[in-house]
Design a protein around this ligand. Structure first.
Ligand SMILES: O=C(O)CCC(=O)C(=O)O
Length: 296
C-alpha cells in the first residue's frame, strides 16, 4: 500500500424514507459489488439496536471464537431465523430485505444473521474471503446471495473496519485455501486482483450500512484501538437458490417482511425465540476447512 489510502468516506447514498433502488443503484451494485446507505438506521434505531445487543444475554451465551492466525480471535454470534425482536425487524424490514431483493433480482430469505464483536485492543482479524467461498460448499448453486453489514459502532481504519476490493465479485468464486486457522481466498489471486480493484476501507458511522455481493472480496484488521467495533450482519439468499445440501444454515424459509416503522416499535427488545443459534462445532469456517481438508 502506498501513502494514498482509498476509503468509502463521502461515497454512498443518504438513506431516507423515499429511498428507492433505481437502475443506477442496481448498476452500481453489479459493477462494484456493493452499495453504501448512509444513516440506513436513524439515530434512534441504531441506539436501540446497540442497547438491545448490549443487554442481550444471547451474545454472551452463544458467541464463539476463532483463531485469526495472527494471535487473536474473532468473536461472533450467529443465528438462523429472524425473530420478532429488533434484530429480526431490521432483517425483515423493507429497507433491508426489500432493498436486497431489488439488488439480487428476486425474493430473498434470511440465510442467517450475526453480530461481529470486535472488542477494543483484543478484537481479531478476518482474512480475505468471499462469503460464497463458504456458502458454495453448503450447496447454494448460484451466487444469488448478499449481506447487509450494519455499523453498530463507528467503524474506521483504527478499529478494524471492513476492507473490500471493489469489483472483485466479477472475478467469480475463487478457490479458498487454509491460511492459519481460517479458510481464505487464494492469496496470490487476491494480490493480482488488488492491482485492478484497489483496496478500499469501508469507513462507516453508526447506523450506516454496506450491502454487498457474496463474491466481493473482503477482510478486516484486528482492533488495536480503544474503540469497540460491533456490527450486525444479515445474510440473504434468493428464494430460488434453495441449498441442495442440508447443512447448518436454513433452507428456504419464507421471510415475512415488515414495514420499516416496526423497527422503532420494537424498542430495545431482544428475544432468542425461534432464532436457532449456532452452538455446536459446525460453523461456516469449520465446515469449509473440513471440506477443504477432505478434498485436498
Ligand atoms: O465484520 C467483519 O470484520 C468481517 C465479517 C466477515 O467477513 C464475516 O463474518 O464473514
Amino acid at each position: 500500500m502506498g501513502e494514498f489510502v482509498r476509503t468509502t468516506d463521502g461515497t454512498g447514498y443518504q438513506y431516507t424514507d423515499n429511498f428507492i433502488v433505481t437502475d443506477e443503484v442496481k448498476e452500481q451494485f453489479h459493477r462494484d459489488g456493493f452499495i453504501i446507505l448512509r444513516k440506513f438506521l436513524d439515530a434512534e434505531e441504531v441506539t436501540n439496536l446497540r442497547t438491545a445487543l448490549e443487554q442481550d444475554r444471547a451474545l454472551e451465551d452463544y458467541h464463539y471464537a476463532r483463531d485469526d492466525g495472527q494471535g487473536r480471535q474473532t468473536k461472533t454470534v450467529n443465528w438462523s431465523h429472524p425473530g420478532d425482536d429488533i434484530t429480526g425487524m431490521i432483517g425483515r424490514s423493507e429497507k433491508a430485505a426489500g432493498t436486497m431483493e431489488k439488488l439480487l433480482g428476486g425474493e430473498v430469505y434470511q440465510y442467517h444473521a450475526k453480530v461481529v464483536m470486535k472488542e477494543p485492543f483484543t478484537g481479531g482479524a478476518f482474512i480475505w474471503h468471499q462469503d460464497y467461498g463458504y456458502w458454495y460448499l453448503n450447496g447454494n448453486l448460484f451466487p444469488d446471495m448478499g449481506t447487509v453489514w450494519i455499523a453498530v459502532d463507528g467503524a474506521d481504519k483504527t478499529n478494524g473496519c471492513l476492507q473490500i476490493l471493489p469489483g472483485s465479485h466479477r472475478a467469480g468464486r475463487m478457490d479458498h485455501v487454509k491460511v492459519g486457522d481460517q479458510a481464505g481466498a487464494d492469496p496470490e489471486r487476491v494480490e493480482l486482483l488488488a492491482k485492478l480493484c484497489p483496496l478500499t476501507y469501508v469507513q462507516l458511522d453508526p447506523g450506516d450500512a454496506l450491502f454487498f455481493h457474496c463474491n466481493l472480496l473482503h477482510r478486516s484488521d484486528q482492533n488495536h484501538s480503544q474503540n469497540r467495533r460491533w456490527a450486525y450482519l444479515v445474510c440473504y439468499n434468493r428464494a430460488s437458490n434453495d441449498p441442495v445440501y442440508k447443512h447448518h444454515h436454513p433452507n428456504y424459509t419464507p421471510l415475512i417482511k415488515v414495514p420499516n416503522n416496526r423497527i422503532k416499535e420494537c424498542g430495545t427488545k431482544t428475544s432468542t425465540e425461534g432464532k436457532i443459534f449456532f452452538q455446536g462445532p459446525k460453523r461456516d469456517r469449520d465446515l469449509a476447512i473440513e471440506v477443504l481438508e477432505r478434498t485436498a
